[in-house]
Design a protein around this ligand. Structure first.
Ligand code: FES
Ligand code: FES
Length: 515
């Protein structure tokens, strides 16, 4: 049910009709298009959605909009006045307190609140005040410096001009070209963009890691008012895709089997995000669980269950690099040492959630806005899946809220994000093109944690490593056998041989069996 409410935001009054249960974040971003307030985790963990409520920093994703009707709300858009940055914003710009900028509005607002009540905080007090704001890029040092030196950017302060504005030769520190946009919330990330008549897409991901899809019933989802289309594996292309042409083994939507948590099984297009979410909950999927492989060496054993039936022993690719004669080198060594190293599962999750916007023109051209580091990858894979020429696809990269490779595509586990993005974009763009040529924003399935689960290829690496010393005590050669990555593909051992450069000018050698 909708209710009319009045909010005081940045000194202005807004009359807004809101739905029961809407958060302040929803109202700011979706109803008022104040997109400087960022949606990161949507669960109170990251601080990207920080706003000031009567001067106090709070997470707007946790606040019911109806509870702040009588309060004074300040968003990042309310700080700079008449084009003039606040001293703290100038300090963030000049001191390098930002990189991707996705955390920056929340960080600036939390620091603003601190400086209001304590103009000369200690480093520990700054750390305390910013403890609820996560940054994945900066390592925090630039942010701490910006808050500590804020007084230098006050009018009449010791340094009214931001450092480095005037060129002073090689080595001079200069502000990022996009810094002002990022400290004011003007920088637009993919999910901040809203095209006229845009509809919303959502993907249903598998809750299990490995299993057969026995039955999907989308009838209730299709019947929900506001739902425009629901797709399953039966509705989409049989063309397989993947990051490497050597491993095109993924479906746009699962055909008969899911191979990891989050593997997309259905896609919904709806008039708004909440309707799309409701529709996802109405899709009934019956799975038959299959054994899960979590250890690469177990996975390549004879008789292990196959993840992809076409890959014998779960080995999808074998790549060999051979340089030099390691065995001879070992024989000539004064000392050989063997160790087994076990690494951790690591995944670098940027603060910005993945989203993609697609829009078709009437002459059949597709424009995609997507948070990618590598637009050509996206363009290529979309052309491959949609069976249209590259020239009919344009990929626009707005501001990207953290990359770290995971937004790049093409790099092992990280690419799974991009592949899901392609999948979701492909499926729903096809709906939009075929039945209703409207722009569409698509979100990846599930919570941030689900997404993490869906992208980690369980890189639980073991390395059996041998090294040997020459007579002078230098490590001369190493030989390592690694085991990694059961997931949709399973890795096998690899050998890494480091050559004595004096004897082999090719230097480092790598002998890899599967990746
Ligand atoms: S704390 Fe609100 S989006 Fe992360
Ligand atoms: S600059 Fe903080 S998350 Fe990127």
């Amino acid at each position: 049910m909708f209710t009319a409410r009045t909010f005081t935001i940045n000194g202005q009054q807004y009359d807004v009709a809101i739905e029961d249960g809407e958060t302040l974040l929803d109202v700011l971003r979706d109803r008022l298009h104040l997109t400087g307030t960022k949606k990161g985790c949507d669960s109170g963990d990251c601080g990207a959605c920080t706003v000031l409520i009567d001067g106090e920093p709070l997470n707007s994703c946790l606040l019911l909009a109806s509870t702040v009707e009588d309060r004074s709300i300040t968003t990042i858009e309310g700080l700079a006045r008449n084009g003039e940055l606040t001293p703290l914003q100038k300090s963030f710009v000049a001191e390098g307190g930002l990189q991707c900028g996705y955390c920056t509005p929340g960080m600036v607002l939390s620091a603003t609140a601190l400086l209001e009540r304590n103009p000369d905080p200690s480093t520990d007090e700054i750390k305390d005040a910013l403890a609820g704001n996560l940054c994945r890029c900066t390592g925090y040092t630039g942010i701490l410096r910006a808050v500590e030196r804020c007084k230098n950017y006050l009018e009449g302060g010791q340094c009214a001009k931001p450092r480095g504005v005037e060129p002073s030769g090689v080595g001079a520190s200069i502000p990022r070209i996009d810094a002002a946009d990022k400290v004011t919330g003007r920088a637009l990330y993919t999910a901040d963009i809203s095209l006229p008549y845009m509809v919303h897409g959502k993907i249903l991901g598998s809750p299990i890691a490995h299993g057969l899809v026995k039955r999907i019933d989308v009838s209730k989802a299709k019947a929900l008012p506001g739902v425009l289309a629901v797709l399953t594996g039966a509705d989409v292309t049989d063309t397989k895709h993947g990051v490497s042409p050597a491993r095109y083994d993924e479906d746009v939507l699962a055909k008969d089997k899911v191979r990891h948590i989050g593997d997309p099984v259905a896609a919904v297009a709806a008039v708004d995000e909440k309707t799309a979410e409701r529709a996802l909950k109405l899709i009934e999927v019956e799975y038959e669980r299959l054994p899960v492989l979590t250890d690469a060496m177990e996975a390549i054993k004879e008789g292990a269950p196959l993840i992809h039936e076409k890959y014998k022993s779960n080995i999808c690719t074998t790549v060999d690099f051979n340089f030099g004669d390691v065995e001879t080198a070992f024989k000539e060594s004064h000392y050989v040492r063997e160790e087994t190293f076990v690494g951790n599962n690591v995944f670098q999750s940027p603060l910005e959630p993945h989203a993609s916007i697609s829009t078709w023109s009437h002459d059949g051209n597709l424009t995609l806005y997507t948070s990618t580091q590598v637009p050509p990858y996206v363009q290529y894979m979309m052309a491959h899946l949609l069976h249209i020429p590259l020239g009919k696809i344009r990929v626009i990269r707005p501001a990207v809220g953290g990359g770290f490779g995971t937004n790049g595509g093409g790099v092992c586990a990280h690419a799974r994000h991009m592949r899901q993005l392609w999948r979701s974009t492909t499926a729903l763009a096809a709906v939009a093109r075929g039945r209703r040529p409207l722009p569409m924003v698509i979100w990846l399935p599930g919570s941030r944690w689900t997404r993490l689960l869906s992208v980690i290829i369980l890189v639980n690496q073991n390395f059996d490593r041998s090294s040997h010393l020459d007579s002078s005590g230098q490590v001369e050669e190493t030989d390592s056998h690694g085991r990694s990555s059961p997931g949709t593909q399973v890795g096998k051992a690899y050998r890494n041989h480091r050559r004595d450069r004096d004897r082999d000018p090719r230097g480092v050698g790598l002998d890899v069996v599967a990746s």
